[in-house]
Write a protein of this length. Structure first.
Length: 81
C-alpha cells in the first residue's frame, strides 16, 4: 500500500478555533516509481508547511502548503529519474 496519512491536532482551544485540526491522507501513486515516497513526503511535510502559514486563512494555508510541497516532490522526482 502506497498511501500515507497525518494527523495534526491543535495544541489548545484557541488554536483549534483559529486553525482547527488537520487530517491528511496522501494517496500513493500506484505503478509509479517511488509512489510510496511521494505520499510519505506529502503526509510528513504538508502539515509542517500548514503550521508555518499562520497569517493565511486555513483554506489558503492548506492550498499553499499543498502547492509548495507538490512542487518539492515534483522537483525531487525530476532530479532522480
Amino acid at each position: 500500500n502506497q498511501d500515507s496519512f497525518s494527523v495534526m491536532l491543535a495544541a489548545n482551544r484557541e488554536l483549534f478555533e483559529k486553525r482547527g485540526h488537520l487530517f491528511l491522507v496522501a494517496d500513493g501513486m500506484g505503478a509509479h516509481a517511488a509512489g510510496e515516497l511521494a505520499s510519505k513526503l506529502a503526509a510528513d511535510n504538508i502539515p509542517h508547511a500548514y503550521s508555518k502559514t499562520l497569517t493565511l486563512s486555513p483554506p489558503a494555508a492548506i492550498a499553499k502548503s499543498i502547492k509548495d510541497i507538490n512542487k518539492q516532490i515534483n522537483d525531487r522526482g525530476k532530479a532522480n529519474a
